[in-house]
Design a protein around this ligand. Structure first.
Ligand code: MD3
Ligand code: FE
Length: 197
């Protein structure tokens, strides 16, 4: 895993936040539920040719927003270019961003320890961008019971998950309210860019 601390300037963060708001206007945030019916502790939407969703039918990628029934909006240029540049730098010149999951956490938001394995191709890197309030991120090993490490993610930080870390268990333990003024009303946005197949 690569952790690029404060990689994005305040200007870049502001521009990315703006395009996320435009995405959310077309494809509104919604609260997904687990296959058990239990709601997640955050809201989400997507952009790109595919979007990751969870409901009582399971975890999967779809071409359409679950409530509007419309296709997801394209990945904004600034996000697409940033992801391709970063992938290039880690030796993935053919990286093709197919989806950007946008998670929005309020102050009580969290995400339990899990593995990302809904993708058909598990080789391409995952690129994650943090905006807004700080979060305590947990990352462990490739087995659920392996010890975890806490990492503080701040606004403008980027994580690149490739190689061994791609299948590491991970989660968001806590949001630390009042640590960023990027989002007017607080909270944290996380963008996760993936090539699915
Ligand atoms: C480590 N999101 O949506 S992003 C997710 O902050 C997810 O919203 C978190 O985990 C969030 O699935 C964490 C950082 C991240 C993304 C993918 C990973 C870390 C990862 C895949 C493997 C290992
Ligand atoms: Fe994940």
């Amino acid at each position: 895993m690569l952790h690029l601390q404060q990689h994005l300037t305040l200007e870049q963060q502001t521009e990315i936040l703006k395009v996320c708001r435009e995405v959310a206007r077309q494809s509104p945030l919604f609260t997904p539920v687990m296959p058990s019916g239990k709601p997640f502790n955050y809201q989400m939407t997507n952009c790109g040719e595919l979007g990751w969703i969870s409901d009582t039918k399971g975890y999967r990628y779809t071409k359409k927003h679950p409530t509007t029934g419309r296709v997801w909006t394209p990945i904004p240029e600034i996000i697409n270019n940033l992801a391709k540049d970063l992938a290039n730098q880690i030796g993935e010149p053919d990286y093709h961003p197919q989806t950007c999951l946008i998670n929005f956490y309020k102050s009580a938001g969290k995400l339990g320890l899990h593995q990302d394995n809904s993708e058909k191709n598990l080789k391409p890197a995952i690129i994650s961008i943090s905006l807004g309030d700080d979060a305590i991120f947990l990352i462990g090993g490739n087995k659920r019971n392996a010890p975890t490490q806490e990492i503080l993610l701040k606004s403008g930080d980027i994580l690149i998950l490739h190689g061994d870390s791609r299948l590491a268990f991970h989660g968001i333990k806590k949001i630390i309210p009042g640590t960023s003024s990027l989002l007017k009303n607080g909270g944290r946005l996380n963008l996760t860019i993936r090539q699915v197949y």
